[in-house]
Ligand binder design. Structure first.
Ligand code: ATP
Length: 319
């Protein structure tokens, strides 16, 4: 049974009137890869900066292996690796010298430093680029260098902010393989993105953030069960009757979350108590609307996220 390497309790961080992190609690189990998902401005980077001691919370607790990192940042710093979403490469510095500099900054000297830099160059596939200037690397190579820097000192927990953003499919695959290998080595990985499908393949569990709050936390399988709660249909009315169909769905208790999509279709969730009621509901829908197409639809992760947000929005309106 794995134990929580990191426990976050009632964490709050605001900037003026913006509650960037609004009373969140979660934990990371040792050896897990956990995805941290949210739209731009959801509060992911602010949370990650708090976890890596780059910022301090207004209130709440962050425990690393049971120890409060706000009170004892120095101890935690060495064990938590931070990979920021931006990288500002210095001029006239080679890949080797860049990593050597950070190894020195970690307090490594002599042969342990040489060994550590060589280990990381090899792990990240950077040996052949060791004399290349860091500001001449491709995006994928730059991300591998950023990961290499994060691995100096062999941290147990890696916190990565949007590491796969902007990578082409081949570089993204390479990156995923590195993440898998790090997990096999026993590391705990907390990785953010606003692209769900990117994370779902490599994560054991997911945490969704929206406007500073956690709106979902669970395994990828639980999420797919959640998305199966409703039976979702895509309807294509004739363009002239789109508004009529939308109004029909919004006023009809058989359906909820009726949402027009940019391609002229409408997505709606069947809300009947049992699936046996579905044929009659579909018949009524077809009789009372001018539909060109009606297909049952399996939500992907991105769509599930949007559906969750819609449900939350509707609940707020009905309060
Ligand atoms: P993105 O995916 O765009 O990076 P995010 O989920 O990482 O977004 P944050 O960068 O954590 O979101 O920002 C959360 C909110 O806090 C935003 O409204 C942002 O404008 C605000 N914010 C973050 N840092 C600061 C700061 N230093 N000063 C003022 N507001 C800030």
């Amino acid at each position: 049974m794995s134990q929580a390497i990191l426990a976050v309790k009632n964490l709050v961080r605001h900037f003026g009137s913006v509650r960037a992190v609004d009373d969140i609690s979660f934990s990371l189990q040792a050896g897990q890869v956990v995805g941290f998902i949210g739209a731009n401005g959801a509060g992911k980077t602010t949370t990650m900066r708090l976890l890596t001691t780059l910022d301090v919370p207004d209130s709440g607790e962050i425990l690393y292996n049971g120890q409060d990192i706000v009170a004892h940042p120095r101890e935690a710093k060495g064990r938590i690796g931070w990979m920021p979403d931006g990288f500002d490469p210095p001029d006239h510095t080679t890949v080797h010298d860049y990593l050597d500099f950070f190894a020195r900054a970690h307090g490594l000297c002599g042969s342990p430093r040489v060994t550590e830099v060589e280990r990381i160059l090899q792990f990240c596939g950077l040996q052949e680029l060791r004399v290349r200037y860091v500001n001449k690397l491709s995006k994928g190579q730059t991300q591998r260098l950023s990961l290499a820097r994060t691995l100096i000192g062999n941290p147990d927990l890696l916190v990565m902010d949007e590491p796969a953003a902007g990578l082409d499919p081949a570089a993204r695959l390479e990156f995923k393989q590195l993440v898998r290998t790090l997990q096999q080595q026993g590391k705990t990985i907390f990785i953010s993105s606003h692209i769900l499908s990117e994370l779902a393949e490599m994560c054991d569990s997911l945490i969704f953030m929206h406007q500073g709050r956690i709106i979902y936390s669970g395994s990828c399988q639980e999420l797919s069960q959640l998305q199966n709660r409703g039976i979702v249909y895509l309807l294509r009315p004739t363009p002239a009757t789109l508004q009529h169909t939308l109004a029909h769905l919004q006023q009809n208790p058989d359906w909820q979350h009726a949402t027009p999509l940019p391609d002229g279709t409408i997505q709606a969730t069947f809300t009947g108590a049992t699936e046996a009621e579905l044929p009659a509901a579909l018949r009524r829908l077809c009789q009372e609307n001018d539909l060109l197409e009606l297909v049952r639809h399996q939500l992907n992760l991105e769509e599930s996220f949007v559906t969750l947000l819609l449900e939350q929005h509707e609940q707020q309106i009905s309060l």
